[in-house]
Every structure is written in structure tokens, then in C-alpha cells.
Design a protein around this ligand. Structure first.
Ligand code: ME8
Length: 639
């Protein structure tokens, strides 16, 4: 977000509809929502976009697997994203679906413009494609054995006629942009990675496919109906088609001040391909492309196929949506990865929110009740507490830089310093003693100081915790809006006299973990019995399932390993690298069933991702896989 212009455009990535939303998606969306709310609070006209990415081979295959048409499937999952964002009161202005007609028109128009500008030509593509990442790779990019360097999954060799975008032509222009615009990519460390990547040289980019048809057709003027657009070209264009590009361009005035929020996994697409497309279209560059880190569980990126996702709705239902928002933004420095744990969330709720924030309001209510019948007047605050007011202002006056540089954790840390000033003032001045000594005026000034500090914090905390801060504001007799933002923050004025309203405790203490699904943990040392026996709970920490082997092949250069694809009844089969080559021929394994440890931390074996382990028994006669006596449905739990 930038202060330069009063129209602000904020976007999230559009999420693939091959998977239901998890906390990673919620994280991006909550950051973007916070920025949008901040911008509106400042009085800027703000357009906030989110949506779903519905074309491409990955979606077509996911739909096929479920026996649905791609559109039917996309609509179903897209609705889940929308419902979750609505439930989370995400303040988006538009939810775009890339299968919408106006998006298609805009993308076709963009293709035509880039073609007319001489940036698109027809040739043949030969290279490797990862369907899961929807990304092209050259052989030298791949992990040994033909695996995707980003996700570790198998790639396929693609040979087809394709249109190419002259990405190579934009290499120097991109480098100049990175150099000229200091904050174009945030955080800085990520920007350097992008610059190094571009300096190694850019190849032209294949931007159409012919081997499947679930995508946007080329414009009629190209007269080439067998091609569909590469899904990333189609998807990136959503940022301008949502503003009416190629149709009714009234909203395009928002484009001049754009912030794209993305996860670090898709920074390359946003920081290299997208600006190059924009240069070709003759449009402005985005102001910021901000890449955050991953939420992990036990150090692994969350993803459904690994079975380690956290459902954001479950967390919000259990702990409260606003506590969850605060936790996500406060816990992890922007750009870094963060491991999700209920313990860390509970600590934040009890300490930061319960003690520092909620309890402060209670104390103000309690003290003002005793000293002044709940009436609070700021008239003597400056006289008795200029020092505290100044210390708070020193912090607050510089705080917006943290929003503009996306350091929301720092922003919240700074706000909490002001709460500390307030809490400490109560401890230092002991207003209850002042009253005993007959210094009522001083005691009331202290209460008014603290109420003012809390009011200033609430205004600035509003974009992160909209409802909580509304409650605090109505208790403190003011409204949260642009007028109050200007008065209490920008002008650093004090509250008008008011009578405080009582409110129930904002953050009751949380005594124990509230979610059933706990992080998979090692058994605690004290739980291990000295006789080597384990409890039934410890046994069930290992999740065993029936799997059906659907593919098996030898791992080259290994005399021990086979590379298997095993169906565990999930969206995608798991890849398991098993040391059974001496005992089984790959062809004998196809369609047979095995017992799989399904919640083992994935590991790389000879550069290949292994997402589980087979049970086997080995003695002097050799090795035998453990199998069910009768055929069972893939994914059946073993108990
Ligand atoms: O990449 N931690 O969609 P996608 C944090 N359709 N954020 C995470 C995360 C995690 N573990 N997992 C996902 C696509 N995300 C494309 C985008 S945009 C023109 C096209 C978030 O469904 C993060 O923002 O795979 C990441 O960039 C995005 O979800 C990827 O969502």
C-alpha cells in the first residue's frame, strides 16, 4: 500500500479450486483484508479483490477423478472459498472466478494486444511440465529422476505446438524496474532472490497448450482453435480483468496503486512474468508485490496431500476469529515461515489479548466506577501525564511505516508498547492510593490517560481486530471511523468527556487446547513406561491405512529402491520410495494392497519425495510386505 494516491487496490492470489481452503490461504487473505481495512480507515477509496483460479490441467484432472465436469467441480470448491471468506467477514469488493465471461474477454483482449505488440510468436515447445505447480521446466531444472524442483512430484515430458511470450526481451527492463523501485518486491531478501534469478537469463515462455482443453481459447482473430491459454497467463490477468480491462475500464483507475499479496511459492510468477506481461500491455507496474512465508506443521509446508493441514474455520470457531487474526499477524515476521501450534495461539490470547488489552479495559471500567461514577474527562491528562503522552506519541507517529513495509508483526509489537505504557502507568501511579490521599483529580487524570492510550491503540488495531475494537470504542464513547482516526491518531487529540460503558471480559482465559486435532507429537518422555509398553493412545498416534499400489518402477542407480504411487483414498496418490527392489518386481506389485504408515513426516530419498512407509516383515528367508487378507477400500484405517 502506498500513501501517494487516494485510490488503493489490494489483491490476494486467486486460489486453485483443487483443494479446500486451509490456514495458508486464510493467512494471505487476512493480511490483505487488514491492509484493505487500514486503507479504508484512512479514508482512501479501496478495491479489494480475491477469487478462484479455475482452469488448467490440474483442475481438469481433479474434476475427472471425482467424475465431475471441471465447471461443476470448480463451482463447488469456489463456493467453499467464498463461503469461508464471507464467514470470516473478509471485506472483499469482488470475488472473481476465472471461468466468468468478462474475465475471458479481458484475457483474450490482452493476448491480442501482446500479439500486436510483437511479443507473441508460434513455435514448438519441448520440455517438462509439473501439473501440480502448473509450471514448465527444462531438464536441467529437474531433480534427478525427473522430479519437480518445487514440489518434488513427477513431471511429464511435453512436446507440443505452442505460442510463446518474448520474456527474454524484458530481462533488462525488469532489472531496471527492480533497481528503480525500491519497494516493488517485499521483503527485500525475496527481492534479491528474484534479481539473481532474472540475472541468470530468462527464456521465452510457453503461453498456450494443446494437449487438453480446460482453458480460455485464443481470441477469434488468431484463428487457432486448438490452443488454450496457459493457466498462469489466464490467472495473472485476473488482476486487471477484475477492474474491467478489455471491457468497461472505469475501475482501471485503481490499477495505479496496486499491492499484490502472495505466498513465496508464487513470487516468481508475480515478480517476473506478470510485470513483463504488463510492460507488453503498456500498463503501470504494481506498487508492491509482497511475498509472505509458509505456515508449516512440524516444519513441513501444509498441504492436503501430506495430511497436515489446519482448518481455519475449526481454529476460528474454537478460539475466536479475531484472536486467530491477531495471532497469525503477530506471531510470524512477514516473509518468514511459521509453525502452527495451539500452544502459541493460547499464549498469545491469554497474554497479549487477555492481560494486556482486555484487562486494561476492565481496569479502566473498574477504576472509573470507583472514582468518578464511570465518568472520564481528559481535561487534566496533559497537565499530569505529558511524559506518558509523549512516549506514546513517539511510538505511534512512526508506526505506519510498518504497514507500508508489510511488517505487521512489528506494527502490532509497537501498538503493544503503548499498551505497556498504559499498564505500567497504573502500576507506577497506584491511583487507589492517590484516592486514599485525597488526590482525586490526579487519580481521574490517570484513568483518563489510560483510556486515551487504549482509544488510540484501538483505532490503529481496528484493521486487525474489527469487532473487538468496535466494542472497546463503544465502551469508551467514540466511533471507529476516518474522523476518529484523524482526530485521535493523526492530530493526536484526546477523547471528549464520556461515561464509560461496562462490557463483559473481551478475552476470557483459555485453560487448555480446544481443538481435538492436536499436532502430531512425539510421545512425551514421562509417558513412556519403563517396561517398554505403550498406551493405546500412543499406538494410535501412528496412522496406518490400507493402500493400493497403482504404479511401481525401479529407481535408477539404486539396487534397493522402488518408486511407488499408492492410492490412500485421498485426492492424489502418494509417492512412496520403498527399499523392496530385491524382493519384488514392479509389475507384480500393481493393484496389490499394502499397509501404509500414513502420518510419517515426508522425507527426500535420493532427491525424491517419499510420503509414507510400507509395513513389511523380514527374516533370514527374505522380506514380505504386510497385506490385508481381503481386498479393502483404499484409505481404510487399520485399527
Ligand atoms: O498458487 N502457508 O493457488 P494456490 C502460507 N492459483 N500460505 C499458503 C500456504 C501455506 N502453507 N499454502 C498456500 C495458486 N498458501 C495460483 C495463484 S494468482 C494469479 C494464481 C497461500 O491455491 C499463499 O498465498 O496454490 C500461496 O501463494 C497461495 O495460497 C497459493 O494458492
Amino acid at each position: 500500500m502506498s500513501d501517494r494516491c487516494k485510490k488503493v487496490y489490494i489483491t490476494t492470489p486467486i486460489y486453485y479450486v483443487n483443494d479446500v481452503p486451509h490456514i495458508g490461504h486464510a493467512y494471505t487473505t487476512i493480511i490483505a483484508d487488514t491492509l484493505a481495512r487500514y486503507s479504508r480507515l484512512k479514508g482512501y477509496e479501496t478495491f479489494f479483490l480475491t477469487g478462484t483460479d479455475e482452469h488448467g490441467q490440474k483442475i481438469q484432472e481433479a474434476a475427472q477423478k471425482r467424475g465431475k465436469s471441471p465447471q461443476e467441480y470448480a463451482d463447488e470448491i469456489s463456493a467453499k472459498f467464498k463461503a469461508l471468506w464471507d464467514e470470516f467477514e473478509i471485506s472483499y469488493d469482488r470475488f472473481i472466478k476465472t471461468t466468468e465471461e468478462d474475465h475471458k474477454i479481458g484475457v483474450q483482449k490482452a493476448f491480442e494486444v501482446m500479439y500486436q505488440n510483437g511479443d507473441i510468436y508460434k513455435d514448438h515447445y519441448e520440455g517438462y511440465y509439473c501439473v501440480s505447480c502448473e509450471t514448465f521446466f527444462t531438464q536441467t531444472n529437474l531433480i534427478e529422476g525427473g522430479f519437480c524442483p518445487d514440489c518434488g512430484k513427477e513431471t511429464t515430458l511435453v512436446k507440443e505446438e505452442s505460442y510463446f511470450f518474448r520474456l527474454s526481451k524484458y530481462q533488462d527492463k525488469l532489472l531496471k524496474w527492480y533497481e528503480d523501485d525500491e519497494n516493488c518486491i517485499l521483503p527485500k531478501g525475496k527481492k534479491n532472490e528474484v534479481i539473481n534469478f532474472v540475472k541468470q537469463g530468462l527464456n521465452d515462455l510457453s503461453i498456450t497448450r494443446t494437449s487438453f482443453d480446460w482453458g480460455i481459447k485464443l481470441p477469434k482473430s488468431m484463428n487457432d482453435p486448438k490452443h488454450v491459454m496457459y493457466v498462469w497467463l489466464d490467472a495473472l490477468m485476473n488482476y486487471i480483468t477484475a477492474l474491467g480491462y478489455g471491457k468497461d475500464e472505469k475501475l482501471m483507475e485503481f490499477w495505479h496503486n496496486t499491492t499484490h499479496l502472495v505466498g513465496k511459492d508464487i513470487l516468481r510468477f508475480h515478480a517476473i512474468y506478470w510485470p513483463a506481461f504488463l510492460m507488453s500491455l503498456g500498463l503501470d507496474m504494481p506498487k508492491h508485490i509482497a511475498a509472505h512465508g509458509w505456515w508449516t506443521r512440524n516444519g513441513e509446508k501444509m498441504s492436503k496431500s501430506k495430511g497436515n493441514v489446519v482448518d481455519p474455520k475449526e481454529v476460528a470457531d474454537a478460539y475466536g476469529l479475531e484472536s486467530f487474526r491477531y495471532f497469525m499477524l503477530r506471531e510470524v515476521p512477514f516473509g518468514q515461515d511459521g509453525d502452527f501450534s495451539q500452544k502459541a495461539l493460547i499464549d498469545r490470547i491469554n497474554s497479549d489479548l487477555g492481560n494486556d488489552l482486555g484487562n486494561l479495559l476492565n481496569r479502566i471500567i473498574g477504576m472509573s466506577g470507583k472514582y468518578s461514577d464511570h465518568y472520564i474527562d481528559s481535561k487534566d491528562v496533559q497537565q499530569f501525564h505529558a511524559k506518558e503522552l509523549n512516549s506514546a506519541w513517539e511510538i505511534l507517529k512512526n508506526i505506519e511505516q510498518y504497514i507500508y513495509s508489510m511488517q505487521l508483526n512489528r506494527y502490532l509489537e509497537e501498538l503493544w508498547k503503548v499498551l505497556t505504557i498504559a499498564n505500567q502507568a497504573i502500576a507506577v501511579y497506584e491511583p487507589w492510593n492517590m484516592v486514599k490521599e485525597g488526590k482525586d483529580k490526579e487519580a481521574m487524570a490517570l484513568v483518563a490517560l489510560v483510556a486515551n492510550l487504549l482509544a488510540k491503540v484501538s483505532i490503529l488495531l481496528h484493521p486487525v481486530m474489527p469487532k473487538t475494537t468496535q466494542k472497546i470504542a463503544s465502551s469508551l464513547g467514540f466511533k471507529i471511523d476516518t474522523k476518529s482516526y484523524i482526530k485521535l491518531y493523526k492530530e493526536n487529540s484526546l477523547l471528549e468527556p464520556f461515561t464509560i460503558q461496562k462490557t463483559p471480559a473481551l478475552f476470557p482465559k483459555i485453560e487448555k487446547e480446544l481443538l481435538e486435532v492436536k499436532s502430531p507429537q512425539e510421545p512425551k518422555k514421562e509417558e513412556q513406561k519403563s517396561d517398554g509398553l505403550i498406551t493405546i493412545d500412543q499406538f494410535f498416534q501412528t496412522k496406518l491405512k490400507i493402500g493400493t499400489i497403482i504404479e511401481a518402477k525401479e529407481v535408477k542407480k539404486s539396487d534397493r529402491l522402488l518408486q511407488l504411487k499408492v492410492d490412500l483414498g485421498e485426492d492424489e496418490p502418494r509417492q512412496i520410495i520403498a527399499g523392496i527392489k530385491e524382493y519384488y518386481k514392479p509389475s507384480d506389485l500393481i493393484d496389490t494392497q499394502v499397509c501404509v504408515v500414513s502420518n510419517l513426516k515426508p522425507a527426500k530419498i535420493m532427491g525424491m519425495l517419499s510420503e509414507g512407509m510400507l509395513l513389511a516383515a523380514k527374516d533370514e528367508d527374505g522380506l514380505s510386505l504386510v497385506r490385508p487378507e481381503f481386498k479393502k477400500r483404499s484409505g481404510t484405517p487399520i485399527k
